[in-house]
Ligand binder design. Structure first.
Ligand code: ATP
Ligand code: MG
Length: 274
């Protein structure tokens, strides 16, 4: 794989370190990223590379910095150090190639707006292309709602939907963006089995279309079913790689420490089996 030479950046302790080289084609490459909201970093000196045409999971305990890493990957929060590359370009130059579905708890659902409005927000960046053809925009938004099974709800206020329905609408908004990299923060949290199936089907279709999907994921029992690649984090990077050799009991123990019962670990379909 071809790589580009990276600048030397200052680490937290002041030492100069050269982060791992950036694979030019990777949909998302994070290099030496540290983010801090206060004195203690939420994400510390993280390197991560997410592969093309794959579904990747970001896994770690509550407060591990998963949402923070996604926001840093989007380039929407300040980094203390480090760089983020999207398809080999600094994220600041490639934002239009990313679609983002936030963690549900972080959204103000009382905001008075309809389902259709929410999905059309995903199209604003394309207004230049579509001009003022609002009919065309509406048709595209309806098509995206249809893909997630929400076409009948287009005039409903977003606050008047169930949690799973809201999640589907946010996925429709991301689809409307027609991005190359999809970042989703816990897309399956609090949804029923049917909605989870609907969402995973849409994500697998995106992968089949050649897109990269990166999702924060909590349900360890479905990791091997849904994902090709995992990134394990607990403030620092613990491990990353194909599910088949990285999603191991040892790596999970290193990520969760004592917070994951050994009995639970025994029941998981981890790499290498138990
Ligand atoms: N806006 C903020 N201001 C201050 N501290 C924050 C802020 N957002 C997150 N944090 C802190 O940063 C750390 C990482 O938070 P983050 O939301 O990234 O964790 P997470 O891995 O996504 O957790 P969860 O599984 O609960 O969603 C936590 O200790 C959290 O309290
Ligand atoms: Mg989170």
């Amino acid at each position: 794989m071809t790589t580009t030479q990276q600048p030397i950046v200052a680490a937290q302790d002041g030492r100069a370190t050269r982060p791992a080289a950036v694979p030019t084609g990777a949909p998302l490459a994070v290099r030496g990223v540290t983010v801090s909201y206060g004195e203690k970093p939420a994400v510390f000196s993280v390197d991560a590379t997410f592969p093309a045409e794959a579904m990747s999971a970001i896994i770690g305990p509550n407060g591990a910095g998963k949402s923070t890493l996604l926001k840093a990957a989007l380039g929407v929060i300040p980094r203390l150090s480090g760089e983020v590359y999207v398809f080999g370009q600094p994220v600041e130059k490639a934002r239009e190639r990313i679609a983002y579905v936030p963690q549900r708890a972080s959204v103000d659902w009382d905001f008075p707006t309809t389902v259709m409005d929410v999905v059309q927000m995903g199209l604003y960046r394309k207004v230049g292309l579509l001009g003022r053809l609002s009919g065309q925009m509406a048709a595209r938004a309806r098509d995206c709602l249809d893909r997630v099974g929400m076409a009948d709800f287009s005039h409903r206020q977003i606050g008047q939907l169930s949690g799973g329905q809201q999640q589907r609408v946010f996925l429709a908004r991301a689809l409307a963006q027609d991005a190359d990299l999809y970042l989703l923060d816990e897309p399956f949290a609090g949804v029923d089995a049917a909605t989870e199936r609907a969402i995973i089907d849409v994500l697998k279709l995106l992968k089949a279309e050649g897109k990269a999907v990166v999702a924060v994921h909590h349900d360890l029992s479905t990791v091997s079913d849904y994902f090709d690649h995992v990134f394990l984090i607990n403030v620092r990077r613990i491990a990353e790689g194909p599910v088949s050799d990285t999603f191991t009991t040892g790596n999970l123990q290193a990520t969760y420490g004592g917070r994951l019962a050994a009995t639970h670990l025994d029941e998981l379909p981890v790499a290498g089996g138990v």
